[in-house]
Design a protein around this ligand. Structure first.
Ligand code: ACO
Length: 376
């Protein structure tokens, strides 16, 4: 029995459930999806394959992977009503608000998937396939680009880049984004995945669970940190100012985004991989400014606070160098994490138990009720 007088603030160290999907070794800096090390997946796999792995618990055969890619390409199209709704939103709408609202609207057109407790893998595939189109529809309208084409010839990563940039991505750019999508696909019981599982645990449906997750990912302590990393780099400007700016922020007890993690006590393995990609993409564009700035920030933060980079430190630099606008970084994260969110929701349905923790009450209990007119 848990001691009701001890509060685990932020549920830190609380083991809430069993899962086969993702393992984080925070002391060794390892991240495992369904038994496979993230470093091997980032080196050799693709996002499509990783999505299959998260859902089915095994790597696909060549035929299974082809089938999934075919499904993704079929499922990319939006209902015309949703496309029209996105076109009517304010062009300056927060893209995460747009995404959350769009997934919620999509549910109205896919009633089979939204029955309470509906646990179809089809819904997981539909959501993973369609999020890039939702982002593309929104961004292309505000950027005054021509309407999005289906592009069944493109992989998920290449389609996302085409949808956002309106040009053919290079092989290197596609691979960089594919690696980013792989690295963000799942991360055990992070806040947004937990939110998705809490919603699913009430026997609510997959789309409601993903709507909860998107709202949770929006917060800057979770999904929004990489956007703020890029703001910091803009503020710093040049490498010779890193020491002064970072130290001033730390003295003012400000958090430096892209550092620290609830679970990793060493470097986040995703940061190690993304650092290399920030360098590679920077080199390919002939500009290592972001890479050099981030290396310098890393050194100061580690020396002053002993903190290690998390996934968000270098991802913003990769996205910026790919030409992706900063307010789409978190929606892009969602486009990848939807594979993990849906895998967790499906797992929750398999072994469902209502998630309902308890609170230590610290308020009053014996106040006398005073009628409205008699209150001072
Ligand atoms: N900058 C400066 N100090 C920090 C940072 C940081 N980024 N992160 C932690 N610390 C300090 C805290 O101030 C605290 O110091 P104190 O003990 O002197 O008060 C100590 O480290 C412990 O911090 P906690 O907030 O207790 O650690 P927690 O596990 O709750 O925080 C979190 C994890 C929220 C990610 C935190 O490190 C943070 O705010 N980082 C910046 C935001 C960020 O990068 N988020 C992305 C996370 S990865 C993801 O969600 C995809």
């Amino acid at each position: 029995m848990v001691d009701p007088t001890t509060v685990q603030r932020g549920l830190e160290s609380v083991v809430a459930l069993e899962s086969r999907i993702c393992f984080i070794d925070g002391k060794e800096g390892r991240l495992i999806y369904q038994g496979y090390d993230i470093r091997d997946l980032a080196a050799s796999s693709t996002f499509d394959e990783v999505a299959y792995l998260l859902w089915y618990g095994r790597l696909p055969t060549a035929t299974q992977l082809d089938d999934l890619r075919h499904r993704f390409r079929e499922l990319r199209t939006l209902p015309p009503e949703l496309a029209a709704q996105i076109d009517q939103l304010p062009a300056d709408a927060n893209p995460m608000d747009m995404l959350r609202t769009s997934v919620s609207t999509l549910a109205l057109f896919e009633p089979g998937e939204t029955k309470p407790g509906a646990s179809s893998i089809g819904g997981a595939q539909r959501l993973t396939a369609v999020l890039p189109t939702i982002l593309g529809q929104f961004h292309r309208r505000r950027a005054k680009l021509p309407p999005i084409a289906a592009r069944p010839d493109l992989s998920s990563a290449a389609y996302l880049l085409y949808a956002l940039l309106d040009r053919e991505p290079t092989e290197l750019e596609t691979r960089a984004l594919d690696v980013c999508l792989i690295l963000h696909a799942d991360h055990e019981l992070n806040a947004s995945t937990f939110a998705a599982r809490v919603t699913a645990s009430t026997l609510s449906d997959l789309y409601s669970s993903i709507t909860s997750a998107i709202g949770t990912l929006k917060g800057p302590l979770h999904g929004g940190a990489n956007e703020r990393v890029m703001e910091l780099l803009d503020e710093i400007g040049t490498v010779d100012r890193v020491e002064e700016v970072v130290k001033a922020k730390l003295s003012a007890h400000e958090r430096i985004m892209g550092f620290g993690h609830r679970v990793y006590k060493v470097e986040d393995p995703r940061a190690t991989i993304l650092r290399e990609w920030a360098r590679r993409i920077g080199e390919s564009k002939g500009n290592l400014r972001y890479y050099d700035l981030l290396r310098a920030v890393e050194q100061v933060v580690h020396r002053e606070k002993g903190l290690y980079p998390n996934v968000d430190l270098y991802s913003g630099a990769v996205y910026t160098q790919l030409g992706i606008p900063p307010d789409l970084f978190t929606p892009l994260f969602a486009s990848s994490r939807v594979s993990g969110w849906t895998a967790h929701v499906l797992e929750e349905y398999e072994d469902l138990r209502l998630i309902r923790p308890t609170a230590k009450y610290v308020g009053a209990t014996d106040l006398a009720y005073v009628p409205t007119g008699q209150r001072g």
